[in-house]
Write a protein that binds this ligand. Sequence first.
Ligand SMILES: [Zn+2]
Ligand SMILES: [Zn+2]
Length: 397
Amino acid sequence: MNRRRRTMRKALVGGMILDATGAPPVSRGTLVINGDKIEAVGQKDDVPIPPDSEIIDAHGLTLMPGLINTHDHLAHPDPTDPLTDYQTEYARLEEDPDRDLFPYAIRYGRQELLDGVTTVRVVGQRGGVDFRYKRAFDSNLAPGPRIIPSGAAINSTHGTAERLGVLADGVDAVRKAVRQNLRDGAQVIKIFLTGAYRSGVAYHLTTPMFSREEITVAVEEAHRFGVKVIAHAFGGPSVRWAVEAGIDSIEHADLITDDDLDLIVSRGTYIGLTLLWFFTDLYRKRTPEKAEAAVQTVRRFHEAGAKLVLGGDCIHGDHAMVRHLEILTQCGISPMNAVLIGTKRGAEACGIAERRGTLEVGKDADIIGVRGDPLEDISALRNVRLVMKGGEIYSNA
Ligand SMILES: [Zn+2]
Ligand SMILES: [Zn+2]
């Protein structure tokens, strides 16, 4: 890793610029960064390079905004990590949800950043560990992405995610849990509306784990404070309850009905896809039909006009975000749309589109440079050569 000291201005010169506004790329562009913000961007001939700039040669690279992973838990074992025995670690966590998982976040935060993911929205961590690793990354004590922390995910006593949050039963307890997270600094609230896969085994995937009243109070409390609420839900009646209550995103959503989908589309609710699990060895062994079904599900959501966003959800290996984007293109989504989903749309879903998600003047200088043209082949995003977060370079190979 090669981290340079911050100078006033940097100019990235000669690269193709894919600004992720939806506009066609600029073939030879210049990007000027002043401090941690983008100061100028455009065709080489239209953008003068200020004399005090450090020049960075970007010929052969496509420059685009850093990827935005909208659903993850960095302090959690990864089933694809060759250094961990996932099943053993998972079993230990079920026994003792208070196990200290901070070291995982240091490992996966670095991996995500160097793979071009400059923002990660965390959606459930126990004991405030996400606030702690956010501090480590923000202060550059450890390399890692910007973190949008959730604090403790809200989970019912008979739910599956105590290891990712806090238990709350009843309207008052849910209200208290939301308020505690807001007090702790949560920038998103996460609630577990249904069961989940436990190490690949389905458990109450469509059973409502909260009443309509509990869900509604969570949404109201958070929204009054200006914070978004997102729900873990595979399907079942609580999807409708949550969307009608104004929830901002349904995560996973694999088993929602066509009526649910219509409602989600008409309300503009996001769907957070976390498909990578279905492609792991663990799931292929236990639910082999899910990988093919996932492709059909994405087609169905996309054709209905749903606003899709992506999350690694504990999976970081094999350029996880890019792998996810590759799957989208296999579902009939164009490479341009896939890029937009991984950048601009992710920023919109997280409520940070004014600052991130596109390369525009005044936005955060969160920029990646990849060798090749991702609009021709989305897999070019695997060839990350430059990662910049807040104007600072984390890798420049
Ligand atoms: Zn989940
Ligand atoms: Zn998750």
